[in-house]
Design a protein around this ligand. Structure first.
Ligand code: SF4
Ligand code: SF4
Length: 305
């Protein structure tokens, strides 16, 4: 395959997913690592947040891919999901915000591998700070709520990063920008119930964010009142009020229905391996298998408080 042609094909397959992408040279990864370390050394991150969320990135390709030359950053449009649980005889629709559905990563990966592999190139999922890379590559801009916004998708997308040995021909590396609208808008600051979005600085006070707390099993602090939880994982309050999302905020897809028996198994924290196969399949289709241990508490907060 002609080299030019492979870039055209790459463009076409990603466009077929209505996704957007950028490629960046792998050399830039050390800059991202330094930026994170620098912010940490200046005390911008809560210690627990830094340890839990920012130390698991790998800024070098794996040993079996040391000839990787580029990082392919992709943002795939993604709706909020509505999952139905039956509890005490009634249906309870529960929201899972955009970004949790990992099926889109697999779909993109398969499509891109379909053109790279026959041409002798490889692709491998990367564990990198996707939002940061996407902002540097120009794929997204930050909102004041520190969420990444992509053109024609708002925050309704899922970013994914992949290593590839396909050389990067057109790499841009810019300083991350906040959306212009954020200069005059305070909607998310006013709406955030925990005060995580400060006027004192651009960086989110992530240790106050509901998402941080309901994505791990540690005790939830008192200032995150149980009534503030409204999603199975994460939080949508600042995304819902954001004017940049006005065209996307109603984009929801109804997916999966859990019977009362299944709901009770989840609420009671029945070990994943002992769930019925059908229940496990539903959780897998929702990309909730890895987070299963959080669901008993989180679903309980939504259904029983
Ligand atoms: S709500 Fe306003 S300030 Fe917050 S991210 Fe959206 S546009 Fe920016
Ligand atoms: S996700 Fe929720 S808690 Fe976190 S900043 Fe946005 S509104 Fe606040």
């Amino acid at each position: 395959m002609q080299k030019d042609n492979i870039y055209v094909q790459l463009n076409d397959v990603i466009n077929n997913h209505q996704a957007v992408y950028r490629m960046i040279k792998i050399d830039y990864l050390s800059q991202v690592e330094s930026e994170i370390q620098d912010l940490n050394s200046k005390g911008f991150f809560d210690k627990g947040f830094f340890r839990e969320r920012l130390t698991s990135f790998r800024f070098n390709p794996p040993d079996d891919f040391n000839n990787a030359e580029s990082v392919l950053m992709v943002a795939v449009p993604q709706p909020a999901l509505i999952i139905s649980f039956v509890y005490k005889g009634s249906e309870h629709p529960v929201t899972l915000p955009p970004t949790y559905d990992q099926q889109t990563d697999r779909a993109i990966m398969e499509s891109v591998e379909g053109i790279l592999n026959p041409a002798g190139y490889r692709l491998k999922r990367a564990r990198l700070p996707e939002k940061n890379l996407a902002a540097h590559s120009g794929l997204m801009r930050y909102g004041r709520n520190n969420i990444g916004y992509a053109e024609h998708m708002g925050s309704f997308h899922r970013p994914a990063a992949f290593y590839t040995d396909l050389p990067c021909e057109d790499s841009q590396w810019i300083q991350p920008e906040m959306m212009e609208r954020c200069l005059k808008c305070k909607a998310c600051i006013k709406a955030c119930p925990t005060g995580a979005i400060g006027e004192d600085r651009f960086l989110l006070h992530a240790e106050r964010c509901i998402t941080f707390h309901n994505e791990h099993l540690k005790e939830i602090p008192e200032y995150v009142h149980p009534s503030m939880h409204h999603c199975l994982l994460g939080c949508m309050i600042c995304q819902k009020v954001c004017p940049e999302n006005k065209d996307f905020v109603k984009w929801v897809e109804v997916r999966e229905h859990f019977s009362e028996e299944e709901t009770l198994c989840i609420l009671n924290g029945i070990p994943y391996d002992t769930l019925k196969s059908d229940t496990r399949k539903k959780l897998d289709r929702l990309s909730l298998t890895e987070d299963y241990n959080l669901l008993a508490r989180n679903l309980g907060l939504l259904l029983t408080t």
